[in-house]
Design a protein around this ligand. Structure first.
Ligand code: NAD
Length: 452
């Protein structure tokens, strides 16, 4: 099939490359010419394990093409995916500017029947808006072209995106047109033998399914973070509690990790957007509002621990805080809504310096932090270290922010020898408090029981 993917970010580029991998001809379009120029030159604009070789292989085979020209994307396509960003608006709702602009661009050029697929995460009712935007452009041109709008939300996880796309848990397709649904079934057949993963439903249910999934996962995290904070007060250990409840098959072990709060480009914005959709429709989502509130507070928990450790905010003035990890989670360079940004903001405000190491996100972090705090403040207060060990040089304490694999087995004697205050703050509960205590280190996790 001829596929076009509009928006060549984390979702669009991965989807496009995976569709090409199974034999389709795919054109990936982006309005960001710099991105397209990079891709045409064989460079990958984002960090995603395995993506470079996948893109290279399919580009070389002539199945994966890149363009900034909508004429190329619309002319021959049987199926056109919309995978543009849907960032949060000021009121929490999903900003549909990019989606509707892409829809209009399609409507201005459509000449043969096509299926238009909303792959971006969009509020219930967006397919109707996309349909109306395309229809309005067709009417303006005075032409009639048959087209359908289908919802096919994406569930891939950054850091494991290719695996998730190639072997999905489920493929949700919402369609009110049986022919369009059939085409989607055919397109996804290589990813789901016998279509066993294919879940077909109406458009609105598909749109809501994506928000329901992210809202449920975010709620599990906030639930565990609240219990972690309670564990500290009660002298219990959230890690023991996690194991104890996760073995119940009705609960399951995944997504039960207490930490610094969820970040990234999806959970925070999708929870807020669903709350807004509900309130626009006269309903208040009490549980999800609390999920969001708990998360905002959780992003400050480590800073509060640092303040306590140094005897007040003033105690942090002039201190050098080493951070391991900056991205919102391992195996990505994505810094959107990363908890590290909240911590760094608070540390800067307290007059502390930060020396950070991240295996891949350092460049992106520097870019977003400079945009947020200015180049000068970053020059003065932020050092990016070339290795985990280098970040410890001259540091007062260490904060583990992102659980990259290379941080899993730290050299404890080296930590004890390097850190002026011999203290480690573990924002991901990655470490064993007893081992740290035995090495003469103060250890603070999230909801952990202090080592005896
Ligand atoms: P992204 O910001 O990485 O990529 C979006 C791309 O769209 C950008 O390259 C941008 O230049 C391009 N774009 C914007 N307007 C355009 C237009 N009018 N025409 C063509 N290109 C345009 O975003 P992302 O992380 O890939 O997310 C895309 C969508 O998928 C969002 O709705 C997001 O919520 C959803 N989603 C993301 C993930 C994830 O893990 N990142 C997972 C599932 C769903």
């Amino acid at each position: 099939m001829n596929i076009s993917v509009i928006g060549t970010g984390y979702v669009g580029l991965v989807s496009g490359a995976c569709f090409a991998e199974v034999g389709n001809t795919v054109l990936c379009l982006d309005v960001d010419r710099r991105k397209i120029a990079m891709l045409e030159a064989g460079a990958i604009p984002i960090h995603e394990p395995g993506l470079d070789s996948l893109v290279q292989r399919n580009a070389e085979a002539g199945r994966l093409l890149f363009s900034s020209d909508y004429d190329d994307a619309v002319a021959d396509a049987d199926i056109i995916f919309l995978a543009v960003g849907t960032p949060p608006d000021e009121d929490g709702s999903a900003d549909l500017t990019h989606i509707l602009s892409a829809a209009r661009s399609i409507g201005q050029r459509l000449v043969k029947p096509a299926v238009i697929v909303d792959k971006s995460t969009v509020p219930v009712g967006t397919a109707d808006k996309v349909r109306a935007a395309i229809a309005a452009e067709l009417a303006r041109r005075g032409v009639e072209v048959a087209f359908s709008v289908v919802s096919n939300p994406e569930f891939l996880k950054e850091g494991a995106a290719i695996e998730d796309f190639m072997r999905p848990d489920r493929i949700v397709v919402g369609s009110d047109d049986p022919d369009a649904a059939q085409q989607m079934r055919k397109l996804y057949a290589p990813f789901s033998r016998n279509h066993e993963k294919f879940v077909e439903m109406d458009v609105r249910s598909a749109e809501l399914t994506k928000y329901a999934a992210n809202a449920m996962l975010a709620t599990r995290i906030s639930f565990m973070n609240e219990l972690a904070n309670l564990s500290e007060v009660l002298g219990a250990d959230i890690e023991a509690v996690r194991l104890g409840i996760g073995m119940d098959p009705r609960i399951g072990p995944d997504f039960l990790y207490a930490g610094m709060g969820y970040g990234g480009s999806c959970f925070p914005k999708d929870v807020k957007a669903l709350v807004k959709t509900a309130s626009d429709n006269g309903q208040h989502l009490h549980l999800l509002s609390a999920t969001d509130m708990v998360n905002d507070a959780q992003k400050n928990v480590l800073f509060s621990k640092l303040v306590r450790f140094f005897g007040g905010v003033e105690g942090l003035h002039g201190k050098n805080i080493a951070l391991w990890g900056l991205s919102f989670k391992p195996d990505t360079d994505d810094m959107r809504e990363a908890p590290s940004r909240i911590l760094i903001r608070a540390l800067f405000a307290a007059g502390a310096r930060v020396t950070a190491y991240d295996p891949v996100a350092a460049g992106e972090a520097r870019r977003v932090l400079a945009a947020e705090h200015g180049e000068r403040l970053c020059d003065e207060r932020l050092a990016l270290a070339p290795s985990a060990h280098a970040a410890l040089e001259g540091a007062d304490v260490l904060v583990l922010v992102t659980e990259w694999k290379e941080f899993r087995a730290p050299d404890l004697p080296l930590l004890a020898a390097s850190l002026r205050h011999k203290a480690v703050f573990d924002g991901r509960n990655l470490y064993d408090p007893a081992a740290f205590a035995a090495a003469g280190l103060v250890y603070e996790g999230i909801g952990r029981r202090a080592a005896a």
